[in-house]
Design a protein around this ligand. Structure first.
Ligand code: MBD
Ligand code: FE
Length: 284
């Protein structure tokens, strides 16, 4: 047995993200229903920003053609979901959260896969028999804005493993690993046993990684748990939780951290970590 894991290539995880995105979009028809006035307003503003940048940076023909070539490669590599979620989604989330009065949200990112195993709380996330990493017992309660518990709330959770790889996007990780929809009890309480994830590195061998390197930036996201918390009649929240003291917390390449979303797990005395975090949902 070898100890080195095959590294998922950017093209592999990038195109998987494109496939996953297409699957969730197949029933949506927003693109066809955006009114022409809105298309015109948004695209005009977007183009004006590009035109302004070309003038202010005195962009050359060489640079314009390099940009064209780059965008072609982003599409061919299937990396549009990765590129847009890393560099753009945080602002969309910021705008969406203007009228939100509940637990802080964060970006969905490219690695959400719907339809995972539904497990009643207390639950252990599906994991390999030799899953590496510090055990984390993550518990809490889902309530409405008045403090009433939300029985049967669903905590859809997905995360990277202890090496920073996501199931469904890294070929060596089995499907469904470290993903589940955990159903809270009659008091809206949940308890999820998992392992602490590692920081995530944007694949360096694809167009998104190439851009990051060319610009002299770093490709890291701090370790995080992804969550989509929902309950009937309530507005679902998409968020992420981070870890106090974690590397890259202050320089997330995806700009998706918030001070309210940082966990501070304590050692339970047996080498495992435990942490509580409550979610507040508002009416839909
Ligand atoms: C991730 O794990 C992630 O959460 C985001 C937003 C982008 C790339 C990888
Ligand atoms: Fe992630």
């Amino acid at each position: 047995m070898t100890t080195t894991q095959p590294s998922p290539t950017a093209a592999g995880s990038g195109s998987s993200a494109t496939e996953a995105f297409r699957a969730t979009r197949s029933t949506a028809s927003t693109a066809q229903t955006v009114p022409p006035e809105r298309v015109s307003a948004v695209v005009s503003s977007l183009l004006a920003g590009i035109h302004r940048t070309i003038r202010s940076e005195s962009v050359t023909y060489d640079e314009f053609q390099a940009a064209k070539q780059y965008l072609i490669e982003v599409g061919e590599g299937g990396e549009w979901p990765l590129l847009l979620d890393v560099f753009v989604e945080h602002v969309v989330e910021d705008v969406a959260s203007r009228d939100q009065n509940c637990t802080k949200g964060s970006i969905l990112g490219p690695y959400y896969l719907p339809g995972q195993a539904r497990l009643d709380s207390p639950a252990t996330l599906p994991a390999r028999p030799d899953e590496r990493g510090t055990t984390l017992v993550f518990s809490g309660q889902v309530r409405d804005t008045l403090g009433n518990p939300l029985p049967g709330a669903a905590v859809d959770i997905w995360q990277a493993d202890e090496q920073g790889y996501y199931s469904g996007f890294a070929p060596h990780v089995p499907d469904g690993n470290l993903r589940a929809v955990v159903v809270a009890d009659r008091e809206g309480r949940f308890e999820i046993r998992t392992v602490e994830p590692a920081p995530y590195q944007i694949p360096t061998d694809g167009p998104t990684g190439t851009l990051i390197e060319a610009a002299g930036w770093h490709p890291w996201r701090p370790a995080h748990l992804h969550l989509l918390v929902s309950a009937s009649g309530m507005r679902p929240i998409t968020t992420q939780l981070y870890f106090r003291g974690g590397e890259w917390l202050d320089s997330d390449v995806a700009t998706a951290t918030k001070p309210e979303l940082i966990l501070d797990p304590v050692d339970a005395g047996d080498g495992t970590h435990a942490v509580e975090y409550d979610f507040v949902l508002e009416r839909a």
